[in-house]
Design a protein around this ligand. Sequence first.
Ligand SMILES: [Fe+2]
Length: 198
Amino acid sequence: MKISPKDNLKPKGLKGISDQQIEYHFETHYKGYVNKLNEIWEKLPAVDRSKANQNYSDYRSLKVEESFNFMGVTLHELYFENLKNGLGTKPSAALMSRQERDFGSYDKWKEDFKACGIALRGWAVLVYDPNTNMLINNGLDAHNMFGLMGSIPLLVLDVYEHAYYVDYGPKRAAYLEAFIDNINWNVVDERMKNIPKK
Ligand SMILES: [Fe+2]
């Protein structure tokens, strides 16, 4: 198995998030996950399964880091995609009515999403969970930590320091505002089409 970086997802000319910030994030961090995932997948077929051990083993190390890098790739691709060319787009009526149902209103959803982006160490993700038929703001401390399995990611926000320090230093709240200004709601709407009708 081998994947290639999706260069077409790199945003440019965002409002309040500089091209330099995006350049470091995309070229160093995102592509770093792509490269390491490929390296892990190259090593996995040959690793000795008979020595698998939960305290320490080569197999365990590869599986743990496969999860970290796989989710690093997936979340970054969703993040860059839902930032690109988003200025001026608006949440669809269908999304707003679900936000209203599950959070009380669009503004209450936004307040909760921002709190999630401040309280967690890695990501805030608006997901739809088919099992409960609910929208949930899912906070992650790392790419592979606290994700709700089975849920469909609709909107992904990276809150690692590497996502905003070039532009904002430690002012994460200001970065969250800039992120919200740049959301491509058309992309979010496309992702909503994966939601099964209930
Ligand atoms: Fe990142």
